[in-house]
Design a binder for this molecule. Structure first.
Ligand code: NOJ
Length: 653
């Protein structure tokens, strides 16, 4: 259903659109020819009038002198089913307002539109630049989109400068001190409202960062530039990504918002049967612990024999994949060849062996950020994988700049990553993208984009000279980076001493490592330690061997940013629920009402929790494994040491 508001109806009055539940109202208005939008919820201001517009290079800006040509509203409702995810069905309901504008004096004949969608859980809007006689290809010099918060809310964000590939610690800052920050920016008001500012469907555009001004509560879009300083070269794709603001009553509801996915296009891959969520292990931590080398030689990790040994272990312990890095030349020069393996890596024999065992070989393409070299060989590399029956590849872009020139989050990077996703889909390959541009929900359209790094992951506990990730890091990520989509954080390290860098270590208890397998969502989820460390700890490891990575439903019984989180997820393929509960720097007892369980049913809870003496500094390993019967009326108490946690499996009896 849609209707057009006739031109005669338009003056300076605002045009409005509300969420389906009518709690959120968005208004668009012109003031002296400038375009503004504002948002309230339950009658309280969420955003003051916030300016919209685009500055162009070498052409009149789209910022002033606007008049309204046309306003169209529409309404939409669907339920869709992701190929994999944190739930098996997603409601997508919104009301839409499309406003078309002209600038009669500054750019006669030129028209652009802004489309607003208002959902029960927030808003999204984007610019549309239809091709027209007076608007062909053009260059965006700046996007002046504002988010004018009415008060100095608390925020969590990552700075753009000084952080590579989003691998930083989120900073808690008042909104006026954010500086140049990447999104998602998480926002908490004094009343406890939780919001997330981000973008959806980043296609052929630069990533949207934000910039604050001291003394002002307004954040402004600050796009990642090309090396030339241009922001976006607009050619075939004539729309911006969606600018999104999730608005929720509490942290749990913020994390449950699927607004970002809803603002992406439906799935474009017809046969998705080959896209399978997996637990995986790998020949990986052993490199970061410097016991093996990526390059060929006496300590080479990626040998046929070692890979088969890992496949045996995976098959025995119910893991579907083995990641092998260091399989291709040349890790000494970082001049990579994706067409041929090292001599001691027999890819045909290995994949044949894996097929017999039901274990997938997960390929690896480290590019070192050399995009041109990669694009020249990519299809050959993918063909080699396809010809060997492989369905997964981890890609990597270690290097300050792509091709020594462009930022990962620039339009250049965005174009390259998309090319990889689309090409990989043709070869039935699913991607685990390390050093990516920030995710924006593209997995709805391309579910072969299964997981991404873009997070300060476990590897920092191996080699960061300033120490391992602090206790609060992993209980901050679900509320921040996690809002952008799956994270290949690679949890489940069981050995806490660091042979390489003694001052650096995993700053959690062992039970918290188990909890992170549930909490840090990824449909390709790694148990990242060396297999010896699992063999010597079979009890705790059994939780991971059984824990699904594809879900029917997710709930958050407890959640406070940087302090603690309890995540409960129902398996997509059974009646079982799994809980991960973790605390930051403070010891605490989680009290978890099991109200999400089916009423009237009894479940056997298998609990893996910190022993009373467990503490991440002095004694991380002791885990108590116990069983008890519970129902939806039970409140489960799980005591946790400092940076501790608990993992629980609940199976219906
Ligand atoms: C950085 C990645 O995050 C890590 O997982 C990988 O082992 C190295 N690059 C080498 O590619």
């Amino acid at each position: 259903m849609f209707w057009v508001v006739g031109i005669h109806a338009m003056g300076a009055r605002p045009y409005g659109v509300s969420s389906p539940d009518e709690r959120i109202n968005l208004k668009v208005s012109l003031d002296g020819g400038r375009l503004y939008y504002q948002v309230d919820r339950d009658g309280k201001t969420i955003l003051n009038p916030s300016r919209l517009g685009i500055k162009l290079q070498g052409a009149p800006d789209m910022t002033d002198g606007f008049s309204v040509v046309n306003v169209v509203t529409d309404t939409f409702a669907e339920t869709w089913h992701p190929v994999w995810g944190e739930e098996s069905s997603i409601d997508n309901r919104y009301n839409e307002l499309r406003i078309t504008l002209a600038q009669k004096k500054t750019a006669p004949g030129r028209r652009i539109s802004v489309v607003f969608r208002v959902f029960d859980d927030g808003i999204g809007f984007r610019y549309e630049f239809p091709r027209q006689a007076s608007l062909g290809d053009f260059v965006i010099a700046d996007e002046i989109t504002e988010f004018a918060f009415p008060a100095t809310h608390t925020t969590w964000s990552l700075p753009v400068e000084g952080i590579r590939f989003y691998e930083g610690l989120f900073r808690e800052l008042p909104v006026d001190s954010v500086g140049w920050a990447s999104t998602p920016v998480t926002i908490r008001t004094a009343e406890g409202l939780h919001m997330a500012l981000h973008e959806a469907n980043l296609t052929d555009y630069a990533a949207m960062n934000v910039q604050s001004t001291p003394g002002s509560n307004t954040l402004r879009a600050a796009l990642t530039p090309w090396s030339t300083g241009e922001k976006v070269r607009v050619t075939d794709v004539r729309v911006s990504p969606w600018r999104t603001l999730v608005i929720a009553d509490n942290a749990g509801d913020m994390m449950l918002s699927r607004l970002m996915l809803n603002l992406n296009e439906p799935c474009r891959i017809t046969d998705t049967s080959w896209i399978k969520p997996q637990r995986y292990i790998g020949i990986w931590w052993v490199y970061h612990m410097k016991r093996n080398t990526w390059h060929a030689g006496p300590e080479h990790g990626a040998t046929t024999e070692n890979t088969m040994r890992h496949m045996d272990f995976a098959a025995k312990n119910n893991f579907g994949g083995v990641l092998v890095e260091g399989w291709n030349p040349d890790w000494q020069s970082w001049n990579f060849d994706y067409r041929h393996p090292y001599d001691d890596f027999d890819i045909e024999a290995i994949t044949r062996y894996g097929r017999e065992k039901g274990v997938a070989l997960i390929g690896h393409h480290e590019t070192g950020g050399r995009v041109a070299n990669y694009e020249a060989q990519m299809e050959d590399g993918f063909r080699l994988y396809r010809d060997n029956g492989m369905n997964y590849v981890k890609t990597g872009y270690v290097g300050d700049l792509l091709d020594d020139k462009e930022r990962h989050s620039s339009q250049f990077g965005v174009r390259h990553y998309r090319k990889v996703i689309e090409t990989a889909a043709k070869y039935n390959l699913a991607i685990d993208n390390h050093e990516p541009v920030i995710p924006t929900g593209l997995q709805r359209t391309y579910p072969n984009l299964m997981t991404q790094e873009g997070v300060r992951g476990q590897e920092w506990n191996a080699w960061n000279p300033d120490g391992g990730n602090p206790p609060e890091h992993t209980v901050t990520l679900p509320f921040t980076r996690g809002l952008a989509g799956p994270m290949d954080f690679t949890p489940v390290i069981f050995r806490f001493e660091n042979e390489v860098m003694p001052q650096t270590r995993v700053n959690t208890t062992l039970a918290k490592q188990l909890a992170l397998f549930v909490i840090l969502y990824s449909p390709l989820q790694m148990a990242s330690d060396m297999i010896e460390n699992y063999e010597s700890n079979p009890g705790p490891f059994s939780f991971v061997c059984d824990c699904p990575v594809d879900w029917d439903r997710t709930v958050y019984p407890e959640a406070e940013i940087g302090k603690y989180i309890t995540t409960a997820r129902k398996d997509k393929n059974s009646d079982s629920w799994y809980i991960g509960s973790a605390t930051g720097a403070e010891a605490r007892t989680a009290e978890i009402p099991l109200t999400f369980l089916d009423p009237g049913c009894t479940y056997r809870a298998t609990i893996y929790r910190d022993a009373p003496e467990a503490d991440y500094v002095t004694n991380p390993c002791p885990v108590i494994i116990e069983q008890r019967d519970v129902t939806a009326d039970t409140v489960l108490s799980l005591p946790q040491g400092r940076s501790g946690g608990a993992a629980v499996k609940l199976s219906k009896i």
